[in-house]
Design a protein around this ligand. Structure first.
Ligand code: NDP
Ligand code: MG
Length: 384
């Protein structure tokens, strides 16, 4: 039995993860869950999975949860909140794996605390790896914990990399569906509305990552995530647009062989692999039918139309605090776009401005990452 902490349990990845757990009750148990807010959905999850802990983002939300369960007998769940709540769960929760499916930079501390407590980390929250890749890798090494990617491309790379030695890898090829605007004229980008950007053709996901997929900032974050996860140079990470989303990513080896991982566009695949690794769960997903798909297309990305790819490359090449600033500024302006304060094409323009005005510093400890986050937020507020 593997005891799991599902953080972000009411989100798109979190709900999928609970479905996987429910499908393998003799192998997996949701020992702890976490969400930002106490909702009816979270209440249902507590009643169904009976976790030992449920962590909310604030004291007020955790008090709401306690109040709601006051008269319900047989539920022994302890409701806690914030970073102290996370710390208690990772230290005392009797866990094997933490699945971090919190959205955005709020996921940073849980990734760090899980590894520092020696727990394996199934990582959906790419933002924490982008912000603090070196520190998370060092922490994992010091406390003998593994980081297992849940992002579908990185799960694919992780699986393909098992086919050869690290020293034989020539490059990693990230695939991208291209998002809803791949064929749209750049001149029309300024007229893209929030509703248009939230309508992703292939994946149903949380709002932040859906906007990131439409700007290709998501692919930019994934380039950086791949560099840190697999300790590889940015020049060895390519991107290919692949509209069918059947090949989830590829590894090219020095002999010219390319290994690809394929499957349905279904996050149960990478979630299940992270929770079963190094084995696999039987019947996890419906296999794809290649004859029905018929053809697989691949195109080089248009870097001029989607400036986020080059911005991300610039961030990881610059290193130090720049990837964290890139990540946090992007999150800030995605929120501004969602709130109707800026137009679609201003997201990248503004992130670029913040990166240009940032004064680089070394990230030696997690506190430095938090400082980079604070600085990026304050610079973002000054951008006009
Ligand atoms: P969602 O917005 O759907 O869900 C986010 C979850 O995190 C919600 O349960 C939310 O609760 C919770 N949450 C937010 N802040 C906190 C907090 N401070 N403490 C505890 N819980 C919190 O996001 P997704 O599931 O789409 O994405 C999650 C992560 O996985 C992101 O980093 C994303 O990039 C990554 N990812 C997602 C994929 C997908 O298919 N969705 C694919 C690959 C990666 P509440 O709503 O109550 O605030
Ligand atoms: Mg992805």
């Amino acid at each position: 039995m593997r005891n799991i902490f599902i953080a972000g349990s009411t989100g798109s990845i979190g709900k999928n993860a609970l479905n996987v757990i429910a499908g393998y009750p003799d192998k997996l148990s949701a020992k702890a869950i976490a969400a930002g807010h106490f909702t009816d959905e979270l209440k249902e999850q507590v009643l169904l999975f009976k976790p030992s802990y449920c962590v909310l983002s604030t004291k007020a939300e955790s008090n709401k949860a306690k109040e709601s369960f006051k008269n319900i007998k047989g539920v022994k769940t302890k409701f806690t909140f914030g970073e102290e709540g996370f710390r208690e769960v990772v230290l005392k929760g009797d866990l094997e794996i933490v699945l971090n499916a919190i959205s955005g930079s709020s996921g940073l501390m849980l990734s760090y605390m899980s590894l520092a407590a020696g727990k394996d980390l199934a990582l959906a929250n790419k933002e924490s790896m982008v912000m603090a890749g070196d520190i998370l890798n060092k922490t994992a090494k010091s406390f003998n914990a593994k980081i297992i990617p849940v992002d579908s491309e990185h799960s694919a790379l992780f699986q393909c990399l098992r086919c050869g030695a690290k020293s034989d890898v020539k490059k990693l090829i990230l695939t991208a569906s291209g998002g809803p605007f791949y064929n749209k004229d750049k001149a029309d980008f300024k007229n893209i509305t929030v509703d248009m950007a939230l309508n992703h053709p292939k994946w149903k996901m949380g709002k932040k990552i859906t906007i990131d997929s439409s700007t290709l900032a998501n692919k930019g974050l994934e380039i950086i995530e791949a560099c840190y996860l697999f300790n590889i140079d940015e020049k060895q990470v390519d991107v290919l647009i692949h509209p069918q989303a059947a090949v989830h990513s590829m590894v090219e080896f020095n002999d010219g062989s390319i290994m690809a991982q394929m499957g349905a566009a279904d996050m149960k695949g990478p979630i299940g692999y992270a929770l079963s690794y190094p084995r696999r769960f039987k019947g996890l997903m419906k296999p794809i039918n290649l004859a029905e798909i018929g053809r697989l297309d691949f195109f080089a990305p248009d870097n001029e139309k989607f400036p986020f790819l080059n911005l991300a490359r610039y961030a990881i090449k610059t290193g130090k605090s720049m990837p964290a600033v890139f990540c946090v500024a992007n999150e800030f302006f995605v929120n501004s776009f969602l709130e109707g304060k800026i137009s679609f094409n201003k997201i990248a323009v503004n992130v670029d401005k913040v990166m240009q005005s940032h004064k680089l510093f070394n990230l030696n400890a997690i506190e430095d990452v938090i400082e980079a986050k604070n600085q990026a937020e304050s610079l973002s507020k000054q951008v006009r």
